[in-house]
Ligand binder design. Structure first.
Ligand SMILES: C[S@@+](CC[C@H](N)C(=O)[O-])C[C@H]1O[C@@H](n2cnc3c(N)ncnc32)[C@H](O)[C@@H]1O
Length: 223
């Protein structure tokens, strides 16, 4: 198997079909993904149907502005599927502050972060960003995937608190969580308008179908 970095990010790899990151914790599988060893390195498959960020990359989102050493605020980290690949990319000099409101799912994250010490799990409600001011520092990127009616407000509020000037934001929007009766296209247009009006630069918006039905990924840059 021959792995080469993708054009959008030198720390994400492809074999021509699938996506991979280099495993920061050799031998550790996080969600049943395949691990392939080549020349002393371990490549962990990043499954597009399991991760909205992987799907956005597969759908050729313009940029993936994540690099070694970055500080990330992750809202809706759940069991760490996507976060584990971000953790591979940022390496030991980076950190992910992982917020989730559900104790049951956070429990599944604990065995993973035992070794993957660049993820700090925080059991809190992302709609109250002041609750984690004592732990979270200023970050280079905010990633949000909470599938909630007020997901855009939650994103903006956390950016106000934590994202550095010129920093980036990924927002995974689930249209059905905002309004089941509306056409997803209309919802995505409204979200884009709201983000633009707030003053963010919209770098790209990609639909995640067929990997994640009625979802879109927004990539913005802060003022
Ligand atoms: C679709 S899942 C996230 C999947 C994950 N991002 C991944 O790709 O591996 C959504 C998560 O958001 C969490 N969530 C929902 N509302 C939240 C809130 N207000 N604050 C923090 N987490 C929230 C849920 O508990 C759930 O774990």
């Amino acid at each position: 198997m021959k792995f080469r970095p993708i054009r959008e990010n030198p720390h994400i790899y492809t074999d021509g079909r699938r996506l991979y990151t280099k495993n920061l914790i050799p031998g550790q599988k996080v969600y049943g993904e395949r691990i392939i060893r080549e020349k002393g390195e371990e490549y962990r498959e990043w499954i597009v149907n399991r991760s909205k960020l992987a799907a956005a990359i597969k759908k050729r989102i313009k940029e993936v502005p994540i690099k070694p050493g970055d500080k990330i605020l992750y809202l809706g980290i759940a069991a760490g599927t996507t976060a584990s690949h971000i953790s591979d990319i940022i390496g030991w000099d980076g950190v992910i502050f992982g917020i989730d409101v559900a104790p049951r799912i956070m429990r599944e994250l604990i065995p993973i972060v035992k070794d993957r010490k660049n993820i700090i799990p925080i059991l809190e409600d992302a709609s109250k960003p002041d609750k984690y001011l004592h732990i979270v520092s200023r970050v280079d990127l905010v990633y949000e995937d909470v599938a909630q009616p007020h997901q855009v407000d939650i994103f903006i509020r956390n950016i106000d608190y934590y994202l550095r000037g010129g920093g980036y934001g990924f927002l995974a929007v689930k249209a059905r969580s905002i309004d089941v009766t509306k056409n997803p296209k209309v919802i995505f247009r409204d979200v884009e308008k709201q983000l633009r009006e707030y003053g963010f630069r919209i770098i790209d918006v990609v639909r995640l179908d067929p990997y994640h039905k009625d979802h879109a990924m927004f990539l913005i840059q802060n003022k």
